[in-house]
Design a protein around this ligand. Structure first.
Ligand code: CA
Length: 232
């Protein structure tokens, strides 16, 4: 799973071009045609980055950003502007826009800005856009380097904890029984462990990952069945 980018742009041709280019780079892309639509998506899906056109029908891009920040979103925002006076406004505003591009822009330029913004916001892990990094909200699981991060905070896991997280997070929504998880981690654990061992590992994982381990947002309990990683 790669970074999710929300594109808020009412001009069909621009939106399509940007969407295609981003998808080619391995990003998951959602296009919203208005600010209202964009905010609605952002409130449910927490995009990793937002590309925001200034001039939109109804609510303009500045207002969209203001409301986005009010909801607590810290996703980097790249403004698309059409005129110099808009650029002045973007620079002058203290809304927390991270960068801007003036139309017309080249897709290669757009791509390098996006990569820089993701790297700045999420650290080195954002370099791998192609699926070796699993992301959910601000949780990043780097499968190659076996590293886990929440926002800028590194999370230190045991080998067994990492394996459980890796299996669960690789297939969000898929329910794994305790027996199944025990099978999957057997290289890391003595074979005579029973299924309750899994409960202990999951409880440790939650203490390390979740804001409130009693109300997990990442590793969910499916009653009578096992555990599943939260779907986006
Ligand atoms: Ca527009």
């Amino acid at each position: 799973m790669s970074a999710t980018i929300l594109v808020v742009e009412d001009e069909h041709a621009v939106a399509r071009g940007v969407q295609y280019a981003l998808q080619q780079e391995g990003y998951a892309v959602t296009v919203a045609r208005s600010g209202e639509e964009g905010l609605d998506f952002a409130s449910h899906q927490a995009p990793d980055l937002v590309i925001l056109d200034v001039r939109l029908p109804g609510m303009d891009g500045f207002e969209v950003l203001r409301r986005l920040r009010q909801t607590g979103s810290k996703a980097p925002v790249l403004f698309l502007t059409a005129r110099d006076d808009e650029v002045d406004k973007v620079i002058g505003l203290e809304l927390g826009a991270d960068d801007y591009l003036t139309k017309p822009f080249g897709l290669r330029e757009l791509m390098s800005r996006i990569k820089a913004l993701l790297r700045r916001a999420y650290g080195d892990l954002a370099d791998a856009a192609g699926g070796r990094v699993i992301r959910h909200r601000d949780l990043l699981v780097d499968l190659e380097r076996r590293r886990v991060q929440r926002g800028q905070r590194r999370v230190s896991l045991t080998a067994t904890e990492f394996e459980i997280l890796r299996h669960l997070a690789s297939r969000p929504g898929r329910v794994y029984s305790r027996r199944e998880l025990l099978e999957l981690i057997r290289d890391y654990e003595a074979l005579d462990q029973d299924e309750k061992t899994i409960n202990v590992h999951v409880s440790h994982l939650r203490e390390k990952l979740e804001d409130d381990p009693a109300q997990p947002a990442f590793i969910l309990t499916v009653r009578g069945a096992g555990y599943a990683f939260a779907e986006r």
